[in-house]
Design a protein around this ligand. Sequence first.
Ligand code: PLP
Length: 353
Amino acid sequence: MYAVKANPSPELITLLWESGITHFDVASIAEVRLVAKAAPGATLCFMHPVKAEEAIAEAYFDHGVRTFSLDTIEELDKIVRATRGAEDLTLCVRLRVSSEHSKLSLASKFGAAPGETKDLLIAVRQVADALGICFHVGSQAMTPDAYAQAMERVRAAIVEAGVTVDVVDVGGGFPSSYPGMEPPPLERYFETIHRAFESLPVSYSAELWCEPGRALCAEYSSLVVRVERRRGDELYINDGAYGALFDAAHVGWRFPVMLLREPESNAKMVPFSFYGPTCDDLDHMAGPFLLPADVRAGDYIEIGMLGAYGCAMRTGFNGFGEAPAHDVTDEPMVSLYIELDEPAAMPSNVVTL
Ligand SMILES: *Cc1c(COP(=O)(O)O)cnc(C)c1O
């Protein structure tokens, strides 16, 4: 599945659908409607454990959604009511697992704790046509061990409840590459997960699912900003904390940057921090972002790897936020999908407007 919240661009959803992604993880009725339109025929899975009852009903009756996640008995009752006791549901019980290996935690909000899973699994088994177990190790999991540990929680839950499990869904969290955060190759994650799955006490026909968001879309887009002012090693740029750079400001995430100037600058690379355009001190990105020492007002900078959780979180605060989108033909600034020993796939960064 592709987790739509990471980047809900209809063009991306259509591209993924045409590239062979058949299932989409949606979390709100607006995401359900969006994917139903952008990828008609796709299978939608409603994987938010706390849903509005009318959203469940519309998803089930109008959009053919049959898969839902939950982490409480109350949510199970809600799903049963909203679907009028449907007998064709795949219900995935979300377990609470550690986020210790991830850069962004998803550990405290959702997921049944160890003492709560037995009764819940037994109750869901009685209602569901297919029973699943899901979890999310947190976003940008920097080691496959995160999944190995979570799979041990799955094993314990299955053994304790003694139920037949038809689906194990390892969620999202698959990493991308950012400055200072180079994860192991994705193959290592897949090997670890497959090994753990093969040894679980599940039905012989059980399915293994995952729900990546970031790993499928981080490389999808860059942001081009203009330097409006320079003050020492601080650059005032025209996007920021309330725009596509939420993570750069609020969680100190670093992104690769490149000065777009012709002819190229030969100045040595030095660290800069950024200020965004709004009238608010919070609109600050510490970086450090490495750029040539002679960067100045009027220069354009490409900020890469913003396909995940970039444009998805943009607001219009203070009148900033409008940004036209352009299709470009160059490679992403960094990639987990290009062999490392290939020559740099970035001969020029010409943008075709
Ligand atoms: C956010 C989310 C994802 C995607 O997470 P990534 O870290 O972007 O891979 C998948 N599943 C659920 C339930 C989520 O909330």
